[in-house]
Design a protein around this ligand. Structure first.
Ligand code: APR
Length: 244
C-alpha cells in the first residue's frame, strides 16, 4: 500500500500500458477560461444551454455568433497550464494513451496533445450549414455571422450543441479507450453532461482504476476508486513527475 493518494496513482500509472484521460472545463479554469457552470461562465445572463443549441442558432444566429465571438476573444489570450503540459508528458510515456476532452478551447492540442478526441468540437473551427465543409477559422472579431467561401451558406461554430449527437468516430474511439484502459483519470468535469457523464461507470465496469481530480465533489466522487480535491494545475503535474 502506498502512503499517499498521489503515490498510489503514480504507481498505477507506472504499471499501466493503457491509460485514458477525460477532461472538462476545470482543467482550463487554471488557464483563466471560465467554466460552464460557474458564475463567470455567464454571458449577458444567458446560461450556455440557452445559446448552445441548434434552435437558438436557427432563431438568432447573430446572437449565438456574438456569444462565440466573446468566448473566442476570451480564449485567444489564454495559454495551456501545467496540467495540460503534464498530460502531453503522460502521452509520451504510456504505450496506449487516449485523451477525451469536452473542452472546445483547443488548449490541449496547443499544449501538444496528439492522441485526443475533442468530443464537443473546437471553437476555432467552423462548419457550413449548407455544404457541411469544416475548416479552421481564427477570426476575431466576428461581428456578423460568417458565410462559407465555397457555397455561400451560413457558417456555424464546429461545436456539438445541446440536443446534437457526437461524431460517431469520436464516440467509437472514446469507448475503445474506456473499455480497454487500466487507469482512467477524470479531470475538472462536473460529470453532468452525457455521454461523458457515463464514462466513469463504463470504465469502472470494465475493471479500470478510476481517479477523479476536481476542485469540488461531483456525482462521481463516491463511485471512483480515488477522488482528489484540488486544482488540476497543482495535482496533475505531481502525477507525472519522475521523482518519488
Ligand atoms: N481544477 C480542477 N477542477 C476545477 C477547477 C480547477 N482549477 N476549477 C473548476 N473545477 C471543476 C468544477 O468544480 C466543476 O466540477 O471543474 C468542473 C467544471 O464543470 P462544468 O463547468 O460543468 O464543465 P464541464 O464538466 O466541462 O461541462 C461539460 O457542458 O456546457 C457543456 O459542452 C459544454 O463541454 C461542456 C459540458
Amino acid at each position: 500500500m502506498n502512503e499517499s493518494p498521489i503515490q498510489e496513482i503514480k504507481a498505477r500509472l507506472a504499471q499501466a500500458r493503457t491509460v485514458t484521460v477525460l477532461t472538462g472545463a476545470g482543467i482550463s479554469a487554471d488557464s483563466g477560461v471560465p467554466t460552464f457552470r460557474g458564475t463567470d461562465g455567464l454571458w449577458r445572463n444567458f446560461r450556455p444551454e440557452e445559446l448552445a443549441s441548434p434552435e437558438a442558432f436557427a432563431r438568432d444566429p447573430h446572437l449565438v455568433w456574438e456569444w462565440y465571438n466573446w468566448r473566442r476573444e476570451l480564449i485567444a489570450s489564454k495559454i495551456p497550464n501545467a496540467a495540460h503540459l503534464a498530460l502531453v508528458e503522460l502521452e509520451r510515456h504510456i504505450e496506449h494513451f487516449w485523451l477525451i476532452t469536452q473542452n472546445v478551447d483547443g488548449l490541449h492540442p496547443t499544449a501538444g496533445s496528439q492522441k485526443l478526441s475533442e468530443i464537443h468540437g473546437n471553437i476555432w473551427k467552423v462548419r457550413c450549414t449548407a455544404c457541411g465543409m469544416i475548416s479552421p477559422n481564427h477570426d476575431i472579431p466576428i461581428l456578423n455571422p460568417p458565410h462559407c467561401p465555397t457555397c455561400g451558406g451560413l457558417l456555424r461554430p464546429h461545436i456539438v450543441w445541446f440536443g446534437e449527437s457526437l461524431d460517431p468516430q469520436d464516440l467509437d474511439r472514446s469507448y475503445t479507450a474506456l473499455h480497454t484502459c487500466e487507469v482512467l483519470l477524470i479531470i475538472g468535469t462536473s460529470g453532468v453532461v452525457y455521454p461523458a457523464a457515463s464514462f466513469a461507470p463504463v470504465a469502472k465496469e470494465r475493471g479500470a482504476y478510476v481517479v477523479e481530480i476536481n476542485l469540488d465533489p461531483t456525482p462521481h466522487s463516491d463511485l471512483v476508486d480515488l477522488a482528489i480535491q484540488g486544482r488540476a494545475k497543482d495535482i496533475v503535474p505531481q502525477l507525472v513527475t519522475t521523482s518519488a
